[in-house]
Design a protein around this ligand. Structure first.
Ligand code: OGA
Ligand code: NI
Length: 381
């Protein structure tokens, strides 16, 4: 099918084989973490400039932490009209005011979330040489961040394309022989479940904007583009100068994050960093850049980062959910009026994503640089 082919070309031509721009030469982060256990210095490439260093520690919870919305999805399909409406209102408020929220009773079995975390951890605890067998440019394993210029984050990742043309079997085929089959089966089962949650969220989001329930979700059902990325943050001897993930906004429509109980995710609200508290059996959801544009700015894609600690490794699994590559994202007229003029031009994921990939992952730059109607295109990509 043409759509399928375009998507595959897009994914294979752009995501799988980027040109590495190695301007730093650093050891594998996993090795560094072990070798530098009690060190008082870390390689320069990991030392962030003053303005980027985390001013709030990974467990620095504040009053604002407890204001981050937590939505109970229990009654989203079976509840009364009033119960469902309450959930819709909560989600609308969360997407407009925070761009971030946590969900519980989401339907993904707890044992599956836990198993995914255990197997992911097992992967990262293998020797670097074993993990690096699964390094294929910007998919698969990455522990050196060869594509990042100058400064790098203290993080190992395992990125798997999970739809519509999954590559997880190809990536895992070369490594983790002892538990490969279970790993693949667990990721597949998880994707199946998390996609259901994604579709429910997209429906509730549409309804919160008084749009037809399937306004967004119909563009995801068949050929959604999804990438699942395991993020592993090894302990860092100097967590006050390094970062797990630089401040960024996700380019996707929505991201659903399954994290362990350590903590380290922080979001920026009104210029201040707020630590997100890990809550048992909950998932963190955030609005990405595309959904911000698609809703004409009614929903916010919010900057966030990951900070480190010196003692415990942390694992999170991010599910990045976007529509099929050729779906045109343009807001419905209902969301455009005198006080909300049209902010972004119409675009597709196939057009937006490669541009984002070429950019340095830093700050909230993407959507406003490339798609905003009143913004002159930045040529410095
Ligand atoms: C991401 C992300 C946060 C975390 O993967 O884009 O923001 O806490 N992760 O791992
Ligand atoms: Ni993110």
């Amino acid at each position: 099918m043409a759509e399928d082919r375009i998507w595959r070309e897009h994914m294979t031509g752009v995501l799988v084989a980027p040109k590495p721009r190695r301007t730093v030469n650093v050891d594998n982060v996993g090795n560094l973490s072990v070798g530098l256990m009690n060190a008082t210095a870390i390689p320069d490439a990991y030392v962030q400039p003053e303005g980027l260093r985390p001013d709030v520690p990974y467990d620095g919870y504040s009053a604002e932490t407890d204001q981050i919305p937590v939505v109970d999805l229990h009654n989203s399909s079976t509840g009364t009209v009033e119960e469902r409406q309450r959930i819709i209102n909560d989600i609308g408020y969360a997407c407009k005011e925070w761009g971030f929220f946590q969900i519980h009773n989401h339907g993904v079995p707890n044992r599956l979330m836990q198993r995914l975390t255990e197997l992911g951890t097992r992967f990262f605890q293998m020797p670097a040489a074993e993990k690096e067998k699964a390094a294929f440019g910007q998919v698969g394993y990455e522990g050196r961040h060869a594509y990042m210029p100058e400064r790098v984050h203290w993080l190992e990742t395992l990125a798997l394309v999970t739809g519509p043309d999954p590559n997880l079997e190809d990536i895992l085929r070369v490594t983790c022989a002892d538990y490969r089959e279970e790993f693949i089966a667990t990721v597949n089962e998880y994707i199946h479940e998390i996609q259901k949650v994604g579709l429910v969220l997209l429906e509730l989001m549409a309804e919160s904007l008084a749009l037809e329930k399937s306004f967004f979700s119909k563009h995801f059902e068949k050929y959604s583009t999804s990438v699942t990325r395991f993020n592993y943050y090894p302990p860092c001897p100097l967590p006050s100068v390094a970062l797990g993930l630089f401040p960024h906004a996700d380019p996707t429509c929505i991201t659903i994050l399954n994290q362990d109980d350590i903590g380290g995710l922080q979001i920026r609200k009104d210029g201040r960093w707020i630590s997100v508290r890990p809550l048992k059996d909950t998932l963190v959801v955030n609005v990405g850049d595309c959904l911000q544009a698609w809703t004409n700015g009614h929903f916010k894609s919010v900057e966030h980062r990951a900070v480190l600690n010196s003692v415990k490794p942390r694992l999170s699994v991010a599910f990045f959910y976007s529509p099929y590559a050729q779906a045109v994202m343009t807001p419905p007229m209902k969301l455009v009026d005198e006080s909300h003029p049209l902010l972004y031009r119409a675009f597709t994921w196939a057009e937006y994503f490669p541009r984002m990939q070429k950019r340095r992952m830093e700050g909230k730059v993407g959507i406003d640089t490339f798609m905003r109607l009143d913004h002159k295109e930045d040529s410095a990509i």
